[in-house]
Design a protein around this ligand. Structure first.
Ligand code: URA
Length: 239
C-alpha cells in the first residue's frame, strides 16, 4: 500500500505537497469515489486512481534488448533525420533511452530502458561490464596482433585493459574473431583494430555481461525477463 500523494508523485502528476493540495481540492477519485482526506492509502496493483477524470499510474520500468541494425544511431533523436534506435521500439512505450551506445555502423545487442539507475550502473567505467563483439577485419590476424589485444593497446586516450580473443576464421584477406572488452570507450574496438593496421569490415555486439543477442533478427527486440533485470542490478552493485 502506498500513500495517495506519493502514488500521484510517482505517476508524475505533481510533487507530493502539490498532490496533497490536489487531493484537498476534491479532484482525485480512487475506484470511482472522491477522496479528500489525507493519509489515504492505495494498492498500486489493484486500485484505480483518477485525477480530473484521467487514470494515472506510476511509470512502469521497461527493459528492451534490441538487435540494433547497422544504419541507425544510438540516440533518441537526430537533427539530421537519420533513423534512431527508438524507431524499433513500440510507440506505446514510455520514454526510454539506450544504455550506452553502438556506432551507426555497428549492429547488435543494445539495452534500452527508462531505468536511469540501472543505466548508470551499467555504463559506469568502474563496473567493467563485459562486452563481446563479433569482429571482422581486413587482413590476417597475426599472433602478434592477438597478443596486443590481450595485453593492451595504446590509444590516444590511454592504454586499453587486456581483452579476451577467440579466433573464428583467419585468412590473409580477412579474419573473424570474438573480442571481449571490459571498457566502453568511444569506438574502442574500431580504434584498437586500426592501431594494429586493420580496417573493420563489420562489428556486431553479441554479448553484454551474461546477456546474449541470441536469435533476434536485426531490428527485433525482446523484453528482459524479471530475473535478468535483477541479475543486472546485482552486477552493478557487486563491485
Ligand atoms: N567499439 C566500436 O568501435 N564501436 C562500437 O559501436 C562498439 C564498440
Amino acid at each position: 500500500m502506498e500513500r495517495l500523494q506519493k502514488y500521484m508523485a510517482h505517476s508524475g502528476v505533481a510533487s507530493r505537497r502539490r498532490s496533497e493540495e490536489i487531493i484537498a481540492e476534491g479532484r482525485v477519485r480512487v475506484n470511482g469515489k472522491v477522496v479528500t482526506g489525507m493519509g489515504f492509502k492505495v494498492d498500486p496493483g489493484t486500485d484505480k486512481v483518477e485525477v480530473d477524470g484521467k487514470v494515472i499510474s506510476p511509470e512502469q520500468k521497461v527493459y528492451y534488448l534490441l538487435h540494433k541494425p547497422v544504419g541507425c544511431i544510438s540516440t533518441t533523436d537526430d537533427p539530421r533525420g537519420r533513423k534512431t534506435v527508438l524507431d524499433y521500439i513500440p510507440e506505446s512505450s514510455p520514454r526510454v533511452y539506450p544504455v550506452g551506445r553502438l556506432d551507426y555502423d555497428t549492429s547488435g545487442l543494445l539495452l534500452i530502458t527508462n531505468d536511469g539507475q540501472l543505466t548508470n550502473l551499467l555504463t559506469h567505467p568502474a563496473h567493467e561490464i563485459d562486452k563481446t563483439y563479433m569482429t571482422e577485419i581486413e587482413g590476417k590476424l597475426t599472433s602478434r596482433d592477438r597478443n596486443r589485444f590481450c595485453e593492451g593497446i595504446e590509444l590516444e586516450d590511454g592504454e586499453t585493459a587486456p581483452a579476451e580473443l577467440e579466433e573464428i576464421y583467419v585468412s590473409d584477406a580477412k579474419s573473424i574473431f570474438l573480442l571481449t572488452i571490459h571498457e566502453g570507450r568511444n569506438r574502442q574496438v574500431r580504434r584498437m583494430c586500426g592501431q594494429l593496421g586493420h580496417n573493420v569490415i563489420s562489428l556486431k555486439r553479441i554479448g553484454l555481461a551474461f546477456l546474449k543477442l541470441g536469435e533476434l533478427d536485426e531490428g527485433e527486440f525482446r523484453h528482459l525477463k524479471e530475473r535478468e533485470v535483477q541479475k543486472l542490478k546485482q552486477l552493478g552493485s557487486e563491485r
